[in-house]
Design a protein around this ligand. Structure first.
Ligand code: ADP
Ligand code: MG
Length: 255
């Protein structure tokens, strides 16, 4: 199978007034269509930097990123989802989720129909006219995802999207987001420092060393559950084995 995205020998340094910070060293991995790829590593190892490089906000100091995703002005290659939902309180939920198409001047009848479909499909239609503060944390993240999906990106870049939620909500929201992204047929890169979250959400996991981040290991996740979802994955007999392996990679040895 041909990858949709290839990172080849990526180096990246930040230049600041006080000098150069080497953030990434020789990072290579591929992402395939419909795949959920996890990136885990210690705080400050360069995870968010990788997403910024992929989306083109930053340019690699060395190496190349080959993007095979077909994108145009109406449907970008990448959509971002962050820890904070960044919903605007002065706009209704509907006005929030159509923000992307509105800014990109592509608010066609097809687009509004698509947004309406997403709101209905994912249980937010009754809250169209509500303000963000009237929704629970989980519903707000769902609204943030629908806002991202409204532009029909092909790959979602998820930067610790569940970190701000309490642990109970976090589980149900990750289940929610997982099902939506699978149903919409998207590829995703999930950045997290939570080992269990990575195993339960992802098909493959890239483990980074501490800064400057380099790839320590790429692990295939294969669980014997009939239909994998984040909640079901946690009951798979292999779950603990993967947890221990990743814990070892992150905490033992030379990092
Ligand atoms: P992570 O997401 O894994 O926590 P980041 O990608 O945010 O790590 O950052 C990687 C390293 O680069 C960190 O050591 C951080 O301090 C540094 N860094 C991040 N952004 C900047 C910046 N704008 N200027 C200088 N250094 C930065
Ligand atoms: Mg980060």
């Amino acid at each position: 199978m041909k990858p949709v995205l290839e990172l080849q020998n990526i180096d990246f340094s930040y230049n600041t007034l006080t000098g150069e910070t080497k953030a990434l060293k020789n990072v290579s991995f591929d992402v395939y269509a419909h795949e959920f790829l996890g990136i885990i590593g210690p705080s400050g190892c360069g995870k968010s930097t990788i997403l910024s490089l992929i989306s083109g906000l930053l340019t690699p100091t060395g190496g190349i990123i080959i993007n095979h995703l077909q994108s145009d002005s109406e449907s970008p290659a990448f959509g971002y989802m962050l820890q904070k939902d960044h919903l605007f309180e002065w706009r209704s939920i509907y006005k929030n989720v159509i923000l992307g198409p509105e800014i990109h001047h592509c608010l066609t009848p097809e687009k509004t129909g698509f947004v309406q479909h997403l709101l209905e499909e994912y249980g937010l239609a009754p809250f169209k006219d509500a303000r963000p503060s009237q929704l629970s944390g989980g519903m707000r993240q769902r609204a943030a995802l629908i806002r991202t999906l409204a532009l029909s990106p092909q790959m979602l870049l998820l930067d610790e999207p569940f970190s701000a939620l309490d642990s109970q909500t976090r589980l149900s929201v990750s289940e929610d987001i997982y099902q939506i992204l699978r149903k919409e047929g998207k590829s995703a890169i999930l950045v997290t420092h939570d080992i269990s979250e990575a195993i339960s959400f992802c098909d493959r996991i890239v483990v980074l060393s501490k800064r400057p981040g380099s790839v320590k290991k790429i692990l295939d996740i294969s669980l014997s559950v009939a239909e994998k979802t984040p909640l079901k994955a946690r009951n798979a007999p292999e779950f603990r084995h993967y947890f221990n392996e990743l814990w070892g990679e992150l905490h033992v040895g030379t990092n």
